[in-house]
Design a protein around this ligand. Structure first.
Ligand code: PEP
Ligand code: MG
Length: 580
């Protein structure tokens, strides 16, 4: 049994056999062979090695010719590894003794090599692990080739182990078969994580070496509450797992009683508690957990995994579905936030060195006016079906807001001329998710109807920490005093101007920060349905006066450690049953 610690990003527990996806997202099946097939299987292995070696020789020659002899020599390491007697011995043993299929034996042996390399203190040697993965990929390509299996044909419940998953891959996972996932990469607010939480798939990310630690078919426990992955658990751990799972379920049930109660403080101060969605069908899950509206609809998911842009009708159908499902409750539709880690076929044209600082979000929309107008038309048309607001992401200066509003005015005019009805009072807001917008909140407040603070990006841009990079995940925290001061500034600017301010980043869904945000005066919290009821419980357990005192105290701290320690202690007191 082995235990790995990563970043807990989506709550819940699961136990199941693992499927390990190789870097090209194909699974390596745990297949056994008959005793009489052993020789043929070893022949397949030798043939795969020969083919992979000749590929490497070709590559070596090409690189030596085009770039220089020295760089060509890089491939000697791979060639030496592939002809290594020990590798051949170990694969042969697994095929002969365990009757593993060649691909499974290769994957098992090379994973063990990768683990050893990763443990080496010598950095140069540790980095050779990339060569090991490369060899694995090459051999598997020859061994499984066209027969490679994808996730489409799952028949049994499994846990996915992958280097990383893209947001659209995560969104297409079959919830009934995929019980949890664990990845080498990723961070607390990466979009893959957000999608996992929306789909209630327990997940642990940032494990760094989990694809090397686990082999396909290993029994794995994923504990999305504590960020643990347990490989091949012993009997005692399995029974403890079942106890914890039951406790988690009982806690969920008791929170279920709060579903229809309002999110009010003990002295009657109401906070709007909304859900975040990526797809219209998620409205149902938000309502089931007691959301009183949708505060963030990430519409760019309509673009992912498509060869062509969605049409105005595709947009309209999606918005209409969400608005109708809300049955009179409000929705805030965010215009497309494409770019950075969310690519479409359009992004293929741009290869950026710093995509999070690049051509994304409103910048992308303002340069693709046709595409932007198509979306705005659909939002306006759908706005007659229920209370709808529109929101622009990643606004960094007033000019962008003014341009976006001008384009919206054009679209309104067109609809007017065509006699198409829309809500004339449609509120227009911005996401405040970069320091420049936060610092200029008073100026922005004069030109829009509401703010929604996107803490996921605000943290990343304030602290200069990539939100999806597991190596700097320790530096990524919403509790940093600089972030908190920016939030306070934005809330005060909104309150002084008399406009509404919400928080829709993941911070809003972390019960630890609820009292602070309420105390700062935030009007609405928009959260993933996974933690909505916990947040409601916290709101209902304090008075506004207490919350304000907490906020004052927190803002006097000068380190995120102090902030987090104080808030953890407070949350433990308010919600003793929630510490799993
Ligand atoms: C945010 O940045 O906090 C946010 C809600 O937007 P996204 O996570 O989609 O970037
Ligand atoms: Mg954002």
């Amino acid at each position: 049994m082995e235990i790995r610690k990563g970043i807990p990003v989506s709550p819940g527990l699961a136990i199941a056999p693992a499927i390990v996806l190789d870097s090209e997202q194909f699974r390596i099946p745990r297949r056994s062979i008959d005793a009489k097939e052993v020789q043929a299987e070893l022949g397949r292995f030798r043939q795969a090695v020969e083919r992979a070696r000749s590929e490497i020789h070709e590559l070596k020659e090409r690189v030596a010719r085009d770039v220089g002899e020295e760089l060509g020599a890089i491939f000697d390491v791979q060639d030496a590894l592939m002809t290594d007697n020990r590798l051949h011995e170990e694969v042969r043993e697994l095929v002969e003794r365990e009757h593993y299929a060649a691909e499974y034996a290769v994957s098992t042996v090379l994973k063990a090599y990768a683990r050893k390399f990763l443990k080496l203190p010598n950095r140069y040697m540790a980095e050779r692990v990339a060569d090991v993965y490369d060899i694995e990929k090459r051999l598997l390509r020859h061994l499984i080739g066209a027969k490679r299996e994808t996730l489409g044909r799952l028949t049994e419940p499994v846990i996915i182990i992958a280097h990383d998953l893209t947001p659209s891959q995560t969104a297409s996972l079959d919830r009934s078969k995929i019980l949890a996932f664990a990845t080498d990469g990723g961070g607390r607010t990466s979009h893959t994580t957000i999608v996992a939480r929306a789909m209630s798939i327990p997940a642990v990310v940032g494990l760094q070496t989990i694809t090397a630690d686990v082999s396909g078919g290993d029994m794995v426990v994923v504990d999305g509450n504590r960020g643990l992955v347990i490989i091949n658990p012993d009997e005692e751990t399995i029974s403890r797992f079942h106890e914890t799972e039951q406790r988690f379920r009982r806690m969920e049930e008791s929170l279920g009683n709060l579903k229809d109660l309002p999110a009010v403080t003990q002295d009657g101060h109401e906070v709007a508690l909304w859900g975040n969605i990526e797809f219209p069908h998620e409205v149902e899950a938000c309502l089931a957990r007691g959301a009183s509206g949708i505060g963030l609809y990430r519409t760019e998911f309509l673009y992912l995994d498509r060869e062509e842009d969605p049409t105005e009708e595709d947009h309209y159908q999606a918005y209409a579905e969400a608005i109708k499902a809300l049955d009179g409750r409000p929705i805030t539709i965010r215009t497309c936030d494409l770019g950075a880690d969310k690519f479409t076929h359009l992004s293929g044209d741009y290869d950026e060195r710093n995509p999070f600082l690049g051509f994304r979000s409103i910048r992308f929309s303002l340069q693709h006016i046709g595409l932007f107008k198509t979306q705005l038309r659909a939002v306006l048309r759908a706005s007659v079906l229920g209370p709808t607001r529109i929101m622009f992401p990643l606004v960094t200066n007033l000019k962008e807001l003014r341009q976006a509003k001008m384009i919206l005015a054009d679209v309104r005019e067109d609809l007017e001329e065509e006699g198409v009805p829309f809500d004339r009072d449609l509120a227009i807001g911005i996401m405040v998710e970069v320091p420049s917008a936060a610092l200029m909140a008073r100026n922005f407040a004069r030109e829009c109807d509401f703010f929604s603070i996107g803490t996921n990006d605000l943290v990343q841009y304030t602290l200069a920490v990539d939100r999806s990079n597991e190596r700097v995940a320790g530096l990524y925290t919403a509790g940093h005093p600089a972030v908190l001061r920016l939030i306070r500034e934005v809330v005060q600017a909104a309150c002084d101007a008399g406009i509404q301010v919400a928080v829709c980043g993941e911070m809003a869904g972390e019960p630890m920060y609820t009292v602070l945000l309420v105390g700062l005066g935030v009007h609405a919290l928009s959260v993933s349905p996974a933690t909505l009821l916990e947040v409601k419980k916290v709101i209902r357990s304090v008075t506004m006066d207490e919350a304000q005192k907490v906020a004052d105290k927190i803002l006097s701290f000068d380190s995120d450690r102090e902030v987090d320690a104080y808030l953890s202690e407070l949350t433990r007191r308010l919600l003793p049953e929630m510490v799993v």
